[in-house]
Design a protein around this ligand. Structure first.
Ligand SMILES: Cc1cc2nc3c(=O)[nH]c(=O)nc-3n(C[C@H](O)[C@H](O)[C@H](O)COP(=O)(O)OP(=O)(O)OC[C@H]3O[C@@H](n4cnc5c(N)ncnc54)[C@H](O)[C@@H]3O)c2cc1C
Ligand code: FES
Length: 253
């Protein structure tokens, strides 16, 4: 894990309030894994805490990382104005990342939880079924996923794919797998946790929580866990350091 001043290689708007940014990060690409994240610092000194954003793609040969993010507030709004050639202060790679398992996989991304599934789709070698959940037919990254597996879409308003959520798409399309990977809003992860338990399928879920230090020191990001944490000796896990990826049955949502 390092903190670097990274050059912005490119920045593109790919959806309503959704941006894709490539940054030069030669120091990070050799050790970065799908499911890890980086923390971006704002230039505005009033916003001291870095903003955690998942790694969407790792281009080892170009020494670059891609992030895809939604403008949610002042920090992400600032990042969205950066142009190629400007610099951004970045710490990472952070967190544990997804384990790469053999066999048939279902990769599930909901909303702004979709980006980290792209590098995972690229690195997994078995059969991949990719389920993407959007609000409506304003979809992003869908075509890029099509290069790596069969893509199934769920939209809340039914304007594309299955009407409903990602589990409705899995059930309607009769998808089955040896392992499930998921990133998205907590209610979606909770439903996947229950589905994995019912169907006896191994599942790995990536959690999101507001963070402060991002490196395991402040306990701002803890979630409840089945096992006691060695660091605090209570039933907590630090999402930034012990996660953000957990085995589904390991955490209580
Ligand atoms: C491990 C991790 C990976 C993430 N990956 C991505 C990603 O790939 N793409 C992306 O767009 N976003 C991602 N996020 C969420 C992102 O960090 C927040 O949207 C961002 O920090 C908001 O900063 P801001 O200054 O723009 O907004 P703020 O002004 O800080 O907040 C604006 C709104 O966003 C909410 N918010 C702030 N932080 C979080 C958070 N951590 N989780 C959920 N809501 C939050 C606030 O409650 C508030 O409603 C990730 C978060 C974590 C913890
Ligand atoms: S954000 Fe400080 S411990 Fe996770």
């Amino acid at each position: 894990m390092q903190k670097i001043n990274a050059e912005v290689v490119s920045q593109e708007k790919i959806g309503t309030d959704i941006y894709s940014m490539w940054i030069k990060a030669e120091e990070m690409v050799s050790c970065a894994r799908p499911g890890q994240f980086v923390s971006l610092y704002c230039r505005d000194g009033a916003k001291l805490l870095p903003r955690p954003i998942s790694i969407c793609e790792i281009a080892k040969e170009q020494g670059a990382l891609r992030i895809v993010y939604r403008v949610a507030g002042k920090g992400t709004e600032e990042f969205s104005a950066y142009k190629a050639g400007e610099n951004v202060s970045v710490m990472g790679p952070l967190g544990n990342g997804f384990p790469l398992k053999e066999g048939r996989a279902i990769l599930i991304g909901g909303g702004i939880g979709i980006p980290p599934m792209l590098e995972l789709a690229r690195q997994l070698t078995g059969q991949k079924q990719i389920v993407l959940g959007y609000r409506d037919s304003h979809m992003f990254l869908k075509e890029e996923f099509e290069a790596y597996g069969s893509v199934h879409v769920a939209t809340e308003d039914g304007s594309a794919g299955t009407k409903g959520n990602v589990l409705d798409a899995i059930r309607t399309e009769g998808l089955q797998a040896d392992v499930i990977y998921a990133c998205g809003p907590t209610p979606m992860l909770k439903a996947i946790q229950a589905y994995a338990a019912e169907s006896g399928t191994e599942a790995w879920i990536s959690l999101e929580e507001r963070m402060a230090c991002g490196v395991g020191a402040c306990l701002a990001c803890v979630c409840k866990s089945k096992e006691k944490d060695e660091h605090t000796n209570v039933n907590n896990k630090r999402i930034c350091k012990d996660g953000p990826v957990f085995r589904a049955e390991e955490v209580t949502l």
